[in-house]
Write a protein that binds this ligand. Sequence first.
Ligand code: LLP
Length: 422
Amino acid sequence: MDHFLSRDGELWAEDVPLSEIAAAVGTPVYVYSSATLLRHLSLFDEALHGMPHLVCFAVKALSNVAVLRLLGEAGAGMDVVSEGEYRRAVAAGVPGERIVFSGVGKTRAEMRAALTGGVRQFNLESEPEMRALSEVASSLGVTAPVAIRVNPDVDARTHAKIATGKSENKFGIPIAKAREAYREAASLPGLRVVGIDVHIGSQLTDLAPFEAAYRKVAELAGALRADGHAIERLDLGGGLGIPYTRSNEVPPLPSDYGEIIRRTVGPLGCEVVIEPGRLIAGNAGVLLSRVVYMKEGEGRDFLILDAAMNDLVRPAMYDAHHDIVPVREPEPGDLDRLYDVVGPRLRDGGTPSPAAAGCRRCARGDLVAFRSAGAYGAVMSSEYNSRPLVPEVLVQKDQFAVIRPRPSYEEMIAKDSIPAWL
Ligand code: LLP
């Protein structure tokens, strides 16, 4: 459930009409609903109730500091994969003991920053990374709490570009080699083993792969404990999928996901960390755009929008689908047509965006909303075609605030500098 609902013939974000935001901030613009973000966070807390747990929001999905502040104040931890994300979490006021540091290529500088500023644990992905972290921690006179990310070799049955749990993926240490890796970690002076980490992929709409992976983790935890390691925490990653269409998709529920966690790893008595990104942020955001032109093509008509591939790259990058809905409900006299929806550059990715049935009666100047765009939307936007980065707005009840302004052309161009020799 989200808080983008129709009222008085148009779409609102909570108690603010989207047309009011478009008028104040311009388009394109990302709009997020605080109530939806908080509701999705609380679904995970409810799913894991009774088990010691921490929900660490995957900052990569939506990294605006205002959003991190909102979730952090509601008790969320953060899962970060870079010093930039770490700094954002800290800037949002999230304490270090609620920040887990994941990612395959942590540099020594990043390790140093997190060890100095405070961190709950590092999720380590390779032996060389273990050795580097031990050295950095020792040089600072501290020990780093670590979990090792194991690759359970299960098929997440999701898009190939976002599946990470098969043995051929670059992520983690093969589960068959895990005991060896833990032995080495335990022998390194700068590390303190606290648990196991696993993440098998993103946008999983089937719970079976989670169950298979978590069973393997539970079995491994038993073996590692027998080897003498203190396995107190299990970081079970993110990945729970969301519905991207409002039609017949039935997504898995956080409560069912929670049951699987309880069933598979509950008896170990570990603290459970999860790292959801998409489920918290995806349906809590829309990309609001305006129709610039309606163009009649041969055999097909186009709605040309002011949002483009640089603002929402997912359709071009992953063949992803986002429902596109008109903000103003059609009126009886409106022209009825089926359009292909394109941005000025949307076709550059080679993938025409799908016809948006909901926009059949759109006209020039109308607003449309790309649904489910809160996760991996703004964070993956770019200035491609020298279009200034898309701004972001956060709504809470009847108020809204610009949480990232649209840069001016001057600001965009001023980031470049011309060398003295030119
Ligand atoms: N933890 C780790 C270690 C991850 O790699 C990811 C996502 C998550 C947590 C959060 O997963 P989520 O709950 O959001 O599925 N750009 C792609 C998605 C890439 C996901 C990468 N890792 C997209 O637009 O679909």
